[in-house]
Design a protein around this ligand. Structure first.
Ligand code: CU
Length: 156
């Protein structure tokens, strides 16, 4: 029985390794105050993940949501729009750059950036997106981390 199980696992490895079976789930907290005291933050605000990975946006503090920013995701990727206080899990299959905002705090700079794989094909397009107020400066800081490796996200 034991040998049979091991065999089944080995067979599973070869077929599933490329289909996202080992994909990681990352967590981003939605906070009223970030780790460095900044108001209204996604934490972490920049993530580099692998294609097939998912990110769960945690409603740690109330009054936030997670949604894509118009013009800031790869062309073939799907948008999402979480409800207020909703814990939402998003799976990223398309490589590229994803800009994220919290709708009520967009102008206060509550934005995030996720880089999926090494794909930066939509980076230039994403950089031309018009952002309000503090979102603009905050996003520029996050964009600067693209390609530099950024802060590696601990997988769960
Ligand atoms: Cu918010």
């Amino acid at each position: 029985m034991k040998a049979l199980t091991a065999l089944a696992v080995a067979a599973g490895l070869s077929t599933l390794a490329w289909s996202g079976a080992w994909a990681a789930d990352h967590e981003v907290r939605m906070l009223n105050k970030g780790p460095e005291g900044q108001p209204m933050q996604f934490d972490p605000a920049f993530l580099k993940i692998a294609p097939g990975d998912s990110v769960t946006f945690l409603a740690t503090d109330r009054g936030h949501n997670s949604e894509t920013i118009l013009g800031m995701i790869p062309e073939t990727a799907e948008t999402w729009k979480g409800k207020m206080n909703e814990e939402i899990k998003v799976t990223f299959d398309v490589e590229g750059i994803y800009g994220i905002k919290c709708m009520p705090h967009f102008g206060m700079g509550m934005v995030g950036l996720i880089q999926v794989g090494e794909g930066t094909a939509n980076l230039d397009a994403a950089q031309t997106a018009k952002l309000p107020g503090k979102a603009k400066t905050r996003m520029a800081e996050l964009m600067a981390q693209v390609g530099s490796g950024g802060a590696a996200a601990p997988a769960n």
